[in-house]
Design a protein around this ligand. Structure first.
Ligand SMILES: *[C@@H]1O[C@H](CO)[C@@H](O)[C@H](O)[C@H]1NC(C)=O
Ligand SMILES: *[C@@H]1O[C@H](CO)[C@@H](O)[C@H](O)[C@H]1NC(C)=O
Length: 355
């Protein structure tokens, strides 16, 4: 006869499988890996998308025309992460389409805080861009920025509609954390905080762009509008926030749980700072548990004392040096009119890679 508790084990395993861990709140990023020709055109497609929670699928069905911007935002977020981290031990490499960054984001580390912030910013930025370009029927330029400035120019033209883009990012990106029955864990609050900090990096760094009008650029009349920073700029800003991120813990002694700095001597974090719950692994060796790929084989800089230098990058294991030929264009000549010819020049460089 079957033992009755095998039934309970079965139910237990079933529940574990049914409730995906909250920590992996960024699976929707797998949208970035979708085939680029596969535009999301019919509501049924939303249900088959990898990595979306129920609520995100619902938002998708109701906002089909916005989904290509979401996909684009996910793509820029991954690209920008890889650019900002290209010289670090963890270089933001992706693992596969389903898990995107693999186990690295399971723990509430600084790296996870960066990925959340840049992803939320990516969606806000891409949706806002689409609004301004007239690609979406529900939003356009922000025409409320009007009137004469005390400095003597006229506010007019197409100001970026950052309100619509950030609101959409909040709805979509925060959806996994805002599901019902998800407790106020430290990780949930951390993810929500960093998502918001990413969006604030866009909002707080809006710029003024102007155009002169008048006879041969005399600037008799100057019109200006509000524009978003470039995404590269936003990447830099969030990277600085990564460097100055605050270690926090969950304060349970209140009716409303919140995150407080671990070290009470430090200045409390603001809405635009990044926060993390646990220190990162050193990423020196490959470790499936933490998702670290290790630094063996990574290119390092022999003369740098920073993290891209061979000492730190290779974690003291030493490095190998290879001579490598690289081909450049050189002795370029301009021919009238109008083309340029160049020669190919070879030169040799020493390339150092970690043991
Ligand atoms: C990132 O590092 C891994 C190994 O640690 C390497 O395989 C990969 O090529 C690197 N990616 C980039 C973009 O440098
Ligand atoms: C290596 O590091 C040095 C010192 O920081 C820097 O001047 C140099 O440009 C770096 N080389 C490369 C190839 O990045």
């Amino acid at each position: 006869m079957k033992r009755p508790d095998s039934l309970y084990i079965f139910i237990g395993v079933y529940i574990l499988v049914q409730i995906p861990p909250l920590a992996d709140g960024i699976r929707w990023l797998s949208l970035a890996r979708m085939n680029s020709v596969a535009a999301i055109q019919v509501p049924e497609m939303c249900d088959s998308l990898l990595g979306l929670v129920k609520r995100q699928k619902k938002i998708c069905r109701k906002n089909l025309e916005v989904m290509d911007s979401v996909k684009h935002g996910a793509h820029s977020a991954i690209d920008e992460c890889q650019f900002q981290f290209r010289n670090r031990r963890w270089n933001c490499s992706t693992v596969n389409a389903k898990k995107v960054f693999g186990n690295v984001l399971k723990l509430g580390t600084r790296e996870a805080s960066f990925v959340h912030a840049i992803s939320a910013a990516g969606v806000a930025h891409a949706v806002t861009r689409a609004c301004s370009s007239g690609a979406l029927s529900r939003c356009g330029c922000d025409r409320s920025v009007t009137g004469r400035s005390p400095k003597g120019f006229e506010w007019s033209g197409c100001s970026d509609n950052i309100a619509y883009g950030t609101a959409f990012s909040k709805e979509f990106v925060d959806a996994r954390e805002r599901r019902r029955n998800i407790k106020n864990s430290g990780r949930k609050l951390m993810n929500l905080h960093n998502n918001e900090a990413g969006r604030k990096a866009v909002e707080d760094n809006m710029m003024k762009q102007c155009k002169c009008h008048g006879v041969s650029g005399s600037c008799e009349l100057k019109t200006c509008w509000r524009a978003m920073p470039t995404f590269r700029n936003i990447g830099q800003i969030i990277k600085e926030k990564f460097d100055g991120a605050t270690e926090v813990k969950l304060d349970r002694n209140k009716l409303r749980p919140r995150l407080i700095p671990v070290n009470p001597q430090f200045k409390p974090h603001t809405n635009s700072d990044l926060v993390y719950l646990i220190a990162s692994p050193d990423f020196c060796e490959s470790d499936p548990k933490t998702g670290s790929l290790g630094t063996t084989g990574r290119v390092c800089n022999k003369t740098s004392k920073a993290i891209d230098g061979c000492d730190l990058m290779c974690c003291g294991r030493g490095y190998e040096t290879r001579r490598r030929k690289i081909v450049d264009r050189c002795s370029c000549k301009f021919h009238w009119c109008c083309y340029v010819t160049c020669k190919k020049c070879e030169r040799e460089i020493d390339e150092h890679t970690c043991k």
